[in-house]
Design a protein around this ligand. Sequence first.
Ligand code: GCO
Ligand code: MG
Length: 412
Amino acid sequence: MAITRAEVIVTSPDRNFVTLKLTTADGVTGLGDATLNGRESAVVAYLRDHVVPLLIDRDESRIEDTWQFLYRGAYWRRGPVTMAAIAAVDTALWDIKGKVAGLPVYQLLGGASREGLLAYGHASGRSLEELFDSIRDHQEQGYRAIRVQTGVPGLKSIYGIASNETRHADKSVRYDHEPAQPGSLPAEEDWDTRSYLRHVPAVFEAVRNEFGPEPPLLHDAHHRLTPIEAARLGRSLEPYDLFWLEDVTPAENQEALRLVRRHTTTPLAIGEVFNSVWDYQHIIREQLIDYVRSAVTHTGGISHLKKVLEYAAQYQIKSGMHGPTDVSPVGMAAAMHLGLSVHNFGIQEYMKHGARTDQVFRQSFSWRGGYLHPGDEPGLGVDLDTDEAGRYPYVQAYLPYNRLADGTLHDW
Ligand code: GCO
Ligand code: MG
């Protein structure tokens, strides 16, 4: 047995996705997600120029050896581009192994540890009224756990707020999802930490008054605070019993979280921009976080994220895998198989993909009562319709960036 074909497929049904498709001598195919939002072409080049030639004639059953070969064999290690490329190969090989065995991938990972995966969706609104409508709408869609993001007085546009304002040629594409917006230049947004810190606790107070103590509520600070500001936010949100507060600091400096932790019992989630176990080395061992936010897609695939989660499990830290719409249906399926099997699953982020995306990627997961399940098809349970994918060529798109009132560039 051997890999005989490796194709990198770029498609942009509702947004850009990069998918690696491997085919074996027996005609078994496997898919892996390599989408890196706003920097997609870098991973395409890494795969096409440097990885695809190495895959041809390799034994597709050797998942761990192939991972080590791509990681150690490159000499240059880690980084989002490298780790997304390795993730795509790893995920596609697990998909193939499942199909060859006639088993869903979660069975190969040890079988189900639960019946389904609690998932959270993104409610947002510029005003409280819009936010409440959005929370109700999510509850009607079955979500039990809900992320809450709002506009901040004085700021024009802000991360995470649904908007119909779009530069996409197709105005029906609603930009709920902090996407990379189509265009040849990134959009500029504004930021003011003091307004934000004044505003957010009142929002959570209003949400708890309206929706009661039961729904798990989450919030994403999107890397914008200093450690002491983050500590203050965590403490001010304690009365509202958050499920988690996410990305309070940029966290390249893992030690910054010691200071945050000293001041607040609000649970912390970090890691969507991390790409290896080394990024978590101190924050897991020192128990500075409660949830690991990495996506399979950006962290070296199922094999590597499983290792990160097993390390986290020794410290009672749980998974909270990244699942915005920039993780493709293939990446989401991989997250569901991994989440179903590990003992220390916490929650899964789940934003629904657009209708065109669902036509390009045929999926077999289920969504019932607030829980996801990857389904029981052999492999990952996702097929890519290449004809349909071919209808949507790559669209250049950038994530926005922030400037403060005086023009200083700030984390977005
Ligand atoms: C999240 C993330 C995303 C990122 C996006 C960038 O919590 O889902 O913060 O919203 O902004 O993945 O590409
Ligand atoms: Mg986030």
